[in-house]
Design a protein around this ligand. Structure first.
Ligand SMILES: [Zn+2]
Length: 424
């Protein structure tokens, strides 16, 4: 039995309980002031302090251990000061557990480039039209100090710097927060990737300084763990450099310099090389610190993440596709709107233990999707979130039992995969 061991005394800790030999995979527990997260774990996304269409109580019941929201969206609406006054994100949204916030870097930098595209932001070095959607206005501009952007809500101008991102995330009050970084795309030139990486490193130091200052100033608040973000696109030397740099990064306080509590692995990632790129970083990052893979959540990619040393994942894919009537099953994705489901008086997946599968048929879901009823999104989201949360739970159980690769072979032998990287 594990006693609440918090050597650092701040309420945040990571303890690895199982790490199979000859693999980067591990199972463990992240402790936060709002509770523990058994890892590996999938963290569902509630971008604007709500998992669209589903009650937080239901998210808890379906096994979600933590939720991830977005600093950029909450800063614009309702304002991070409102969340601060409400007692922080978890209390504000009636979520009885740990929370994460994404720093806003990705969202701010992707403004105006089309939401499904991964982005880049330097007017001089754009070399590909498909980085920016043709008819879209540029809404963000990056410089060494930070990013100036136009609100997608009302067109007002705002500026995010590493300091502002830390201030906003401290006000929001999630247990795990991310350093402000510059996300690039696979289309950027190598020269630009180097430049962006150095900028992210320098921003990392500024984030650590501001985080340390705010943690002291707000010492009555629960401790927030800060993760540094590793970029470097598809380049081995840049990914390795970023991992080495971020692991060594410290605040400038000469008396008690602090480092990152964990790491977020981000940026442009190609499905085919995902495992290799994760290995480059995770062989360098300190094993005792937790690692979060940003925006990845398709079943086949979760396996690649877990066996290459990822502890937590977030992705909007499960809930986003659910709202378009696409659901996961043990044999691949199914679309509930398809005519074949009209008289399918059976659950989405016989093997699923979710509330939707226990009480509703595909025929009913087909009917409510066709009729554009609100319950359609609720029921499909419950199923998809349970499917993904449970899949990663099963990976953890298999790691602990020592039969992870057997489990993977069994699952992937039946599952037909489709792609998916998605952040809101
Ligand atoms: Zn289900």
């Amino acid at each position: 039995m594990r006693i609440n061991a918090l050597p650092s005394g701040n309420g945040f800790n990571f303890e690895i309980s199982h790490a199979p030999e000859k693999s980067l995979a591990r199972a463990g527990i992240i402790s936060t002031p709002h509770g523990d997260i058994a890892t590996p774990a999938f963290i569902p996304v509630g971008t604007k302090a709500t998992v669209k269409a589903v009650l937080p109580e239901t998210m808890k019941e379906l096994g979600a251990q933590a939720l991830l929201s977005n600093a950029y969206h909450l800063y614009l609406q309702p304002g991070s000061d409102v969340l601060d006054e409400a007692g922080g994100l978890a209390r504000f949204m009636n979520w009885p557990g740990p929370t994460f916030t994404d720093s806003g870097g990705f969202q701010v930098l992707s403004l105006g480039v089309g939401f499904k595209k991964v982005l880049a932001m330097d007017a001089q070095t754009f070399r590909s039209d498909d980085v920016i959607a043709g008819n879209k206005e540029r809404l963000a501009h990056v410089d060494d100090e930070g990013v100036t952007f136009k609100s997608h809500i009302d067109g007002s101008m705002h500026r995010f710097t590493p300091e502002v991102s830390m201030q906003v995330q401290h006000q929001i009050g999630a247990d795990i927060i991310f350093a402000f970084d510059e996300c690039t795309t696979l289309h950027n030139t190598r020269r630009y990737q180097e430049k962006a990486l150095e900028r992210t490193r320098l921003w990392g130091i500024r984030c650590l300084d501001e985080h340390q200052k705010l943690t002291l100033e707000r010492s009555e608040k629960p401790y927030q763990a800060l993760y540094g973000v590793i970029q470097g696109a598809q380049y081995e030397d840049l990914r390795k450099k970023a991992a080495t740099d971020m692991a060594a990064l410290r605040s400038t306080d000469p008396d008690s310099p602090i480092g990152f509590d964990g790491f977020g692995l981000g940026g442009a990632l190609d499905k085919k090389t995902l495992g290799t790129i994760l290995t480059w970083m995770n062989e360098i990052l300190p094993a005792q610190k937790p690692r979060h893979l940003l925006g990845i959540g398709a079943p086949e990619d979760l396996f690649v993440g877990v066996e290459n040393g990822i502890d937590t994942f977030d992705c909007v894919l499960a809930s986003r596709i659910a709202r378009t009537s696409a659901v996961y099953t043990m044999v691949g994705r199914n679309n509930l709107s398809n005519a074949i489901n009209r008289r399918a008086f059976e659950p989405i997946d016989d093997e699923c233990d979710c509330y939707t599968c226990a009480h509703y048929t595909k025929a009913y879901l087909h009917h409510v999707f066709r009729g554009k009823e609100m319950i359609a999104a609720t029921l499909a989201t419950i199923h998809n979130e349970r499917f993904i949360v449970h899949l990663v739970d099963q990976m953890r159980a298999a790691l602990i039992a020592g039969d992870y690769f057997e489990f993977k072979e069994q699952f992937m032998g039946r599952y037909k995969h489709l792609s998916g990287q998605a952040r809101d």
